[in-house]
Design a protein around this ligand. Structure first.
Ligand code: MG
Length: 417
């Protein structure tokens, strides 16, 4: 009986995977997981993003204990086959731990493929259809004044797209700090109120439109806390301010209601950073619920599935806005940009400013220049890892766990993070 290690077709040469390991490092305080795949060819290895910062130990164990032994000895050029093998090997499929682990494998194999071809990954995807990816950045503050002060600084630095988040009582506004409660008589004093949020948010954008230049595009992230009708009310109240997009108005549990919200919304809707299966991502793109698909590439399994999603988005008239905050590794950010410059469906890229320690650990990390991101022209991702530096920035259990479970309504009920 043939072994699962038998190669079912002839391959071009003798190069084989010799080692697979998860590297965990936190140069910016956020645990990052990156897979390194070594090969039998001296000096030929690849890197892939497997960062699920809230559950990094689970992903690390999955890669080191389960996937490494499955992949060592195999031909690194069979990317589609090996990532399907990694997925099928657990029988039950999907979910953020599994998908991030497979993404790490997938992107590392694309890196190896690029290095073997002498080409950057975007060229393996078909080459550029644009010179660079335009990005957006976050402005936040306790108050309208503080938020706009931050936005003015970003405009002065050359940013053209700015996401505005203002603190609301009981919950930081995603980048915005917490503020003291306004609900002293409620059972839970530090609660978050949808009613007050729906009142305060249009006030922020009304003042922003007065204060900021007309050519600055404004964005906002709700973070999944509204009902379908509340979402429509918010979208309509923001119509005069011409948002570039309004993000995550509903929790994933209610995504089936997105088509009715979108039909009633005068502003474009961006959804999808919480997709953890291609099935969910495809439904968002295909079933009329979104204007921008926001999937986090490693959470849907890596570059291979994401390029399929980008192609589907192009065919459906949906644009991409890949999730790209600080819990995306520089390898993941490079994968986003490879998709951005090679995909007709590109809409916008969320930008993150990596600190110098991250550049030290990952030489070649992309830098945003005047709001634009460009891929490296070196083969593969054009990004390396300094293992000694990575070890100096050891990861702790993520503070994201506490953050994500820390928002409650004034009556004490847990709210979506
Ligand atoms: Mg978001």
């Amino acid at each position: 009986m043939p072994s699962t290690f038998d190669q079912p077709w002839p391959v071009r040469d003798d190069v084989r995977i010799s080692a697979v390991q998860a590297i965990v490092t936190a140069p910016q305080g956020i645990p990052l997981v990156v897979v390194k795949i070594d090969t039998t060819e001296p000096g030929l290895y690849g890197l892939g993003c497997a960062t699920f910062t809230q559950r990094w130990k689970a992903v690390q164990t999955f890669i080191d204990e389960h996937l490494a032994r499955l992949l060592v000895g195999r031909y690194p050029g069979d990317i589609g086959d090996l990532t399907r093998l990694a997925g099928f090997s657990g029988y039950w499929r999907g979910g953020p731990v599994t998908n991030n682990a497979i993404s790490g494998i997938d992107q590392a194999l694309w890196d190896i493929a690029g290095k073997r071809a002498g080409m950057p990954v975007y060229e393996l995807l078909g080459g550029k259809v644009r010179a660079a990816a335009d990005t957006y950045i976050h402005a936040s503050g306790h108050t309208i004044e503080e938020t706009l002060e931050h936005a003015h600084k970003l405009v002065a630095q050359g940013w053209r797209h700015i996401r505005l988040q203002m603190s609301t009582p009981g919950g930081g506004g995603y980048g915005a700090p917490r503020v003291p409660t306004l609900y002293p008589d409620a059972p839970y004093h530090n609660g978050w109120s949808a009613r007050d949020y729906l009142r305060a948010t249009p006030e922020l954008f009304a003042e922003a439109r007065q204060a900021l230049p007309d050519n600055i595009e404004l964005l906002h992230d709700v973070h999944s806390r509204l009902t379908p009708k509340e979402a429509v009310l918010l979208a309509r109240s923001l119509e005069p301010y011409g948002l570039f997009f309004l993000e995550d108005v509903l929790p994933p549990e209610h995504w089936d209601r997105l088509p009715e919200v979108r039909a009633a919304s005068p502003v474009p809707l961006a959804v999808g950073e919480l997709t953890t299966s291609m099935g969910d991502a495809v439904r968002l793109v295909r079933d009329l619920g979104v204007d921008f698909i926001r999937s986090h590439v490693s959470d849907i399994g890596g570059l291979t599935p994401a390029r399929k999603l980008a192609d589907l988005a192009e065919l459906c008239g949906v644009r991409t806005a890949w999730h790209g905050p600080g819990d995306t590794s520089p390898i993941g950010a490079a994968a986003n940009v490879a998709l951005d410059v090679s995909s007709v469906a590109f809409g916008i890229q969320e930008g993150h400013l990596y600190n110098e320690a991250t550049h030290e650990v990952f030489p070649g990390t992309l830098r945003i220049e005047d709001g634009w991101l460009r891929p490296n022209e070196a083969p593969g991702w054009g990004i390396d890892v300094d293992l000694e530096a990575a070890a100096r920035y050891s990861a702790q259990l993520s503070g994201h766990d506490e953050w994500a479970a820390g928002v409650r309504r004034p009556d004490g009920a847990l709210e979506a993070p």
